[in-house]
Design a protein around this ligand. Structure first.
Ligand code: GRF
Length: 204
């Protein structure tokens, strides 16, 4: 399958996908890496592996809608089968979500539905986890629908929150899980083993 990865930051999740593909674990290839930030280090990671990269910054296109129109055109022209959001901090417009129903996967650094939705991204998630004093957190891979972080959940994995954890140590623990479950979810999708039944995902 042909994969497009959208990101805005460092791209360690992208790196975990690149590594899994290069180890032959996923029957697919990353055709393009698209960022809304020209300085995203994830773009450099892709370039190092000879993967095409693009910057679609809403300022260049004047507004989100125009940018997303170019995004959809690019995805369709490249015959992309799966979009992976790996730390993509722009909200996808509804026409992208409609065209790619149950073919957009997102990774979120908490156990959805906890600590997700508007305002919960990056370190803010781990801050909220520490503030609430939960004993377990983790990561979630889910399909993207029009509700932010509201789509069918594909995989989740937990990690214990230690009393001496801070945002940095917690983020590190959760990222380790993200780097496991994201490639696994993409592999399952590529092997056509995911079936969405109402808002639940069956793994065959
Ligand atoms: C990860 O924590 C991911 O869960 C969230 O954004 C972060 C991306 O990190 N969506 P990286 O750019 O993949 O290192």
């Amino acid at each position: 399958i042909k994969i497009a990865v959208l990101l805005s930051g460092g791209g360690t999740n992208l790196q975990s996908l690149i590594d899994a593909i290069e180890l032959g674990k996923i029957p697919g290839q990353i055709s393009v890496i698209i960022s809304n930030k020209k300085e995203a280090f994830g773009l450099k990671r892709g370039e190092k592996h000879g993967i095409e990269t693009m910057v679609l910054d809403k300022n260049t296109y004047g507004c989100k809608e125009k940018r997303d129109k170019v995004l959809v055109e690019t995805l369709l022209e490249k015959k992309i089968d799966l979009i992976v959001l790996a730390g993509y901090l722009a909200i996808l417009s509804s026409n992208v979500i409609e065209k790619y129903k149950n073919r957009i996967i997102n990774i979120h650094p908490s156990l959805i539905p906890s600590f997700c939705g508007d305002g919960y991204y990056g370190e803010k998630v781990h801050q909220a986890v520490l503030q609430r004093g939960v004993k377990v957190t983790g990561a979630t891979v889910h399909f993207v629908n029009e509700i932010t972080d509201g789509g069918p959940i594909i995989l989740q994995e937990t990690v214990a929150v230690a009393i001496d954890d801070d945002v940095k140590t917690l983020q590190e623990k959760v990222l380790e899980i993200e780097h496991k479950i994201l490639p696994l979810a993409v592999k399952l999708f590529a092997e056509d083993r995911l079936e969405v039944v109402e808002n639940r995902v069956k793994i065959h």
